[in-house]
Design a protein around this ligand. Structure first.
Ligand code: AMP
Ligand code: MG
Length: 336
């Protein structure tokens, strides 16, 4: 009898623990990949899972950093044309980058590394390079300078450097979703420095994601999208920039053709896509394309939607967002 009660007690406490576990939510904020990352796991959370996620973020950073000497990207960039065997994740990211370069007609291009380094925007050495320097470095950009060979080898033309800074956070966000799903998580939201990915929904509601106001110094938003199971990624000229003595602003999204920061009427572009690496690549690519070409491009894509904000606060939406985007700041307008 005593034994039976004991067994029932054990069973009850086991059920309680598993019940509590599946509902357990946890939030963690870490600084990694040069940005603030918030991991908000809304069910099935535990310390081990959060640690697995933060470890993976650190691993991606140490593989794909442009500046860390031990990274795969650094090794490839300093191999003087030799082939380098890289981690399969690095290979996947570079291979995807090549695919997105082709799709975007070169507006997004990972072989832009030397140009990024030359401008140094966001570093201690940010400056306007000479026209000669820019012309020389633009010559090092192009897909014909990158060779990939299966399974995991990359070589570059001597003098070319790759930078996956425009998509590494997107890849990392996809990895967070993968790890969460594998652990049985049904609802989560990950924010990697403004690069947001959501898993499932928020109870019976969608997640409401604010779209950052590009003219605000703080994290204010001008609009909201309601989403489930997708990623929302924004690129803008307000993220990293410097202003020279004559008051000209130079920002970090570079036009691979001109060698200068993309100079058009846009202040920000947001892409919504279930693949965060793709959303990340195309938020950068559409910014470089500019409003007209960018809108025409996105309308041909079945799996992506976009929001374009101009310097004069006009907001343009791709067709799939016309009914699901909510403007909540009346200093912006959606032109007819
Ligand atoms: P994002 O904030 O995702 O738009 O990425 C911007 C970062 O990507 C920059 O800081 C550079 O490291 C790199 N980058 C800038 N312009 C380009 C470009 N046209 N194609 C690929 N990467 C770029
Ligand atoms: Mg990007």
């Amino acid at each position: 009898m005593g034994k039976r009660i004991f067994s029932i007690l054990i069973l009850t406490s086991f059920l309680l623990v598993s019940c509590v576990d599946s509902h357990r939510s946890m939030k963690e904020v870490v600084f990694v990949m040069d940005t603030i990352v918030t991991l908000d796991v809304r069910d099935h959370a535990n310390e081990k899972l959060l640690k697995k996620m933060t470890d993976r973020l650190m691993e991606i950073d140490s593989l794909m950093s442009f500046s860390k000497e031990e990274s795969d990207i650094y090794q490839v960039n300093h191999a003087k044309g030799e082939s380098v065997l890289v981690d399969s994740s690095t290979y996947y990211v570079v291979k995807k980058a090549v695919e997105y370069t082709q799709m975007s007609g070169g507006c997004f291009d990972p072989s832009i590394g030397r140009l990024v380094a030359l401008w140094g925007i966001g570093s201690d050495d940010e400056h306007v390079p000479s026209i000669k320097e820019i012309e020389e470095v633009v010559e090092t950009i192009g897909l014909d300078k990158i060779s990939l060979s299966e399974p995991n080898s990359i070589s570059l033309m001597d003098g070319t450097m790759i930078d996956v800074g425009a998509i590494a956070k997107g890849f990392a966000a996809d990895e967070m979703i993968r790890i969460a799903k594998e652990a049985g998580v049904e609802s989560a939201i990950f924010n990697l420095g403004g690069n947001i990915s959501v898993l499932g929904s928020k109870g019976s509601d969608s997640f409401r994601i604010g779209i950052r106001n590009p003219f605000s110094e703080s994290d204010e938003y001008f609009g909201i999208v309601e989403v489930t199971d997708t990623s929302v990624v924004t690129s803008g000229n307000y993220e990293r920039y410097f202003i020279d003595e004559s008051g000209v602003k130079y920002h970090h999204i570079l036009d691979p053709f001109s060698g200068y920061p993309a100079d058009n009427e846009l202040s920000g572009v947001t892409v919504i896509c279930s693949s965060s690496i793709k959303a990340d690549a195309f938020s950068t690519a559409l910014y470089v394309m500019g409003l007209e070409k960018g809108l025409a491009f996105i309308e041909q894509m079945d799996d992506m939607e976009a929001i374009f904000v101009t310097n004069s606060r006009d907001v343009y939406l791709s067709t799939g967002l016309q009914t699901s985007f909510l403007l909540c700041d009346d200093s912006f307008r959606i032109p007819e």
